[in-house]
Design a protein around this ligand. Sequence first.
Ligand SMILES: [Zn+2]
Length: 65
Amino acid sequence: MEVLLRGGPGDGQVVPGGGETVRWQACLYEITSERAHRRGRDLRVYRHRVDCCEPYGRGSEDRCE
Ligand SMILES: [Zn+2]
């Protein structure tokens, strides 16, 4: 199954994944109830966890590394 990432460094990426969280590079994304239409399919939306980058003083435009 593939999922759509929303927010953070991986915004807009479509990646294989499932379950409660998906890891993208150094970032964690968590499941939401939303779905989005991409590449002709309905994909589950995963959102960038607020506790991923922000505790380190990084904005959503920055990378997590
Ligand atoms: Zn992050």
